[in-house]
Design a binder for this molecule. Structure first.
Ligand SMILES: [Zn+2]
Length: 299
């Protein structure tokens, strides 16, 4: 009986994936997990990777909240899979630690502060940067790749489309051009760079899956984690910044592609429904403040 249920659930998922990808051919390379048979990662830790103050919320909510200031969280996540550690995003550079002036990617718009270093938080659970085998990054904005340089021996996992984009010629939006230049500087030339193309099953067992969600940047990705007790958890990256934006389908003005942004939000909505996933939004401070923080963890 159980076997039949599993077959039925798998069939429904495959049908769903085919529907989502449009054509059967487009789905051939899909690496999204089977919700019933997916393996699990052991632990998921949240790290405090900074906070930021922006002077005009309307950049993220076009048409509303003009001139209103807002505080965002910056979040990194650490995953234990068997004996291996994977870090998702690296946050605001450690050089900004406790600097009252803060650090900025776009000084006229947003200033970041860092109250705890990534290195110190890893040490709290007995780890050094050298223990992290893989660093996967949602996208190349400075508040996500600020500390890639701490992990020279780790494999840095990024979408090919993102890497190609930051090495492409400047476009019409000067803010975006500035962010690309900063990305090239902060990312440097990693020794072990893994460029991936679309949805990717990191460990080949359905436990940790990179989900391609372009729009905020051309090669943006989110991360789906499967845990024994918590079930599936979707980590947003910057596919959306605020719960309200997700509810109302609002696209920030800095995003590189509005149509892709909307489609990626819809993809996430469908995956949340298919996997009954919990959704953690990286920059939504009010949500983030309610979540467990290292050394506590989700399992
Ligand atoms: Zn961000």
């Amino acid at each position: 009986m159980l076997g039949q249920t599993r077959v039925a659930v798998s069939f429904v998922l495959v049908a769903f994936l085919l529907m989502m990808e449009g054509t059967p051919d487009a789905n051939v390379g899909s690496k999204l997990p089977d919700p019933v048979n997916a393996d699990v990662a052991e632990k998921l830790f949240r790290l405090d990777c900074g906070r930021s103050l922006a002077n005009d919320e309307s950049v993220w909510t076009p048409g509303a909240n003009v001139g209103r200031s807002i505080e965002f969280s910056s979040t990194c996540w650490l995953i234990k899979h068997r004996s291996e550690w994977l870090l998702w995003d690296t946050g605001v550079p450690e050089a900004a630690l406790n600097d009252p002036r803060g650090w900025s990617t776009l000084p006229k718009l947003i200033v970041y502060h860092l109250d705890k270093s990534l290195t110190d938080q890893l040490a709290e659970i007995g780890l050094k940067p050298g223990d992290i085998a893989r660093v996967a990054i949602s996208h190349t904005h400075g508040d996500h790749i600020g500390n890639v340089g701490l992990f020279p021996n780790s494999t840095i996992v990024i979408q090919q489309a993102e890497y190609s984009w930051i090495h492409s010629p400047n476009g019409p939006n000067d803010n975006v051009n500035q962010l690309m230049a900063l990305a090239r500087k902060l990312l440097g030339t990693p020794k072990n760079l893994q460029l991936i193309d679309g949805d990717t099953d990191v460990f080949g067992d359905g436990s940790v899956t990179l989900v391609y969600t372009p729009g905020h940047t051309p090669g943006h990705q989110s991360l789906l984690v499967h845990l024994r007790n918590s079930g599936f958890i979707m980590l947003s990256g910057d596919v959306v910044h605020l719960e309200e934006n997700f509810e109302k389908n609002i696209v920030p003005s800095l995003n590189t592609n509005k149509a892709e942004s909307t489609a990626s939000m819809e993809k996430i909505r469908q995956l949340i429904a298919a996997y009954k996933a919990t959704f953690f939004i990286n920059h939504d401070k009010s949500q983030t403040d309610s979540l467990k923080l290292l050394p506590a963890f989700y399992d």
